[in-house]
Design a protein around this ligand. Structure first.
Ligand code: CMP
Length: 139
């Protein structure tokens, strides 16, 4: 299997509860390497652009409001099959459907405040990584 990079976001509900380290520990224990990471507060424009694919969904405005409600930690994760591996470690979008041991099962509060985002395909991973990081920040 190929080494892939994927984008991960630790969302405001998780940074607010001081869960960055606990989430990073789960990622690293699963074999994902954090090869870039920064904490920032998204502007409304950035959040709208990042989630543009959902702009016609009924939850879009609430999702944008939530993502700018506090700091996020954006990260690039690397490893074999990293896109799908990260999605397994994250668990289902809705925490009530997430499997035991996953990040969302353990930490998420709701489908919106679900603690983490992860790219859903290799193509989206490339676009999402370049949305937040320049090549010299990824080592
Ligand atoms: P994420 O992986 O960041 O991608 C889009 C986000 O929209 C998703 O996680 C959820 O947190 C959020 N969201 C809010 N409501 C819904 C919903 N009804 N269905 C899917 N995603 C939702």
């Amino acid at each position: 299997m190929a080494i892939e990079n994927t984008l991960s976001i630790i969302k405001p509900d998780a940074t607010d509860r001081n869960l960055t380290g606990a989430i990073n520990s789960k990622l690293e224990k699963a074999g994902l390497k954090i090869i870039a990471q920064k904490r920032l507060k998204l502007s409304r424009e950035m959040a709208q652009k990042f989630y543009e694919v959902h702009k016609d969904r009924p939850f879009y405005n609430d999702l944008v409001d939530f993502m700018i409600s506090g700091p996020v930690v954006v990260q690039v994760l690397s490893g074999e099959n990293a896109v799908m591996l990260n999605r397994e470690v994250m668990g289902a979008t809705n925490p009530s459907e997430a499997k035991d041991g996953t990040i969302r099962k353990e930490f998420a509060l709701s489908i919106e405040a679900n603690s983490v985002h992860g790219s859903d395909s290799l193509e989206n991973a490339k676009n999402e990584i370049s949305f937040f990081f320049s090549s010299i920040e990824i080592v």
